[in-house]
Design a binder for this molecule. Structure first.
Ligand code: ZN
Length: 314
């Protein structure tokens, strides 16, 4: 728990009439002041402490977001008393939004198991971060063009804008990979449904090889090593075992591995031959949906089974 506030208990109380706030949170701590006999400034000071700490406790576990929220509350109180101009409040609110976007990016950009919603959030947050830095750069450039600021003052906003652009590109790449993984999972879902109806018919968009039916982590390791030594690059695994996407589609992908290669590309042809030679079961998908050139991949291991019903939302 940041700032060690977990040991304090909190209660909401009506605020005394001398203050313009309707409620105050009072900590049950020996050092906590009250407003009953204090001045307005003491009230304001307590509100700041209270707001800051309560915000920290309630709204964000991300320290940067919590800090920006504390600052926003500090500035809001000062704007209310007329000590700061209102424009400072907008700046502080923008800083909170920016810190929230940064937290979203941090949480998701290296997550290999993104859902569609998480991928969308990631790209939107990175786009907003880039737009803010582009605007900051444009504003700085205007001042330089007007002769108000020296040209060296552009170095920092330019660097920040470039970084945000790279982050946005990376977010898009990550989202695209997530989208492909989702399409691959959907292809498997569609095949499962077809096999459930007609177990003996494998659609012609899919190659099926049952081998000896066994796929273990040791076998997977051998496939990875053989692929890497043949192609000089790692096997492009898009889903190793269970993922959030498979769970959301309701099937159990544990003990299965998806490889992001088209079955008819050289890597896919080699992999299918290797798997057949070693009697390792696989399904090779040429596309997710007929007519749609996405979702192609090779699934190693037996076909996934349906997850047992886990109740609403499970
Ligand atoms: Zn699979």
């Amino acid at each position: 728990m940041p700032f060690g506030i977990s040991s304090l208990s909190i209660e909401i109380q009506p605020f005394p009439k001398t203050c313009k706030y309707t409620h105050v949170t009072r900590f049950h701590s020996p050092r906590a002041a009250t407003c009953e006999n204090g001045s307005y400034m003491r009230c304001a000071g307590l509100i700041l402490l209270v707001c800051a700490t309560a915000v920290l406790a309630q709204t964000s576990s991300d320290p940067d977001v919590a800090r920006a929220q504390i600052e926003l509350n500090r500035i809001r109180a000062m704007v209310e008393t007329g000590a700061l101009p209102r424009v400072q409040l907008q700046k502080a609110a923008a800083a909170v939004a920016d810190a929230q976007d940064a937290a979203t990016i941090r949480k998701n950009i290296y997550n290999q198991d993104l859902t569609q919603d998480q991928a969308d959030d990631l790209v939107a947050a990175a786009a907003r971060r880039f737009e803010r830095r582009k605007k900051a750069f444009d504003d700085a450039k205007n001042l330089v063009d007007l002769g108000v600021m020296p040209s060296q003052s552009l170095a920092s906003p330019l660097e920040e804008m470039d970084f945000a652009r790279k982050e946005y590109d990376l977010a898009n790449t990550r989202a695209k990979l997530a989208e492909q993984a989702i399409e691959m999972a959907e292809a498997e879902g569609a095949l499962q449904a077809q096999l459930a109806e007609h177990p003996s018919e494998t659609p012609n968009l899919v190659d099926r090889f049952d081998g000896d039916g066994i796929f273990t982590p040791q076998i997977f390791q051998r496939v990875e090593t053989a692929f890497a030594s043949h192609f000089g690059k790692p096997l492009p695994v898009s889903a190793n075992g269970e993922t959030a996407v498979h769970r959301a589609l309701g099937f159990d992908h544990r003990g299965r591995v998806d490889v992001a290669v088209h079955p008819d590309q050289p890597e896919g042809v080699w992999l299918r031959e290797y798997l057949m030679e070693h009697r390792i079961p696989f399904f090779a998908f040429r596309q997710a949906v007929p007519g749609k050139a996405t979702g192609a991949h090779i699934h190693m291991g037996p076909m996934s089974t349906r997850l047992a019903a886990r109740g609403a939302g499970g």
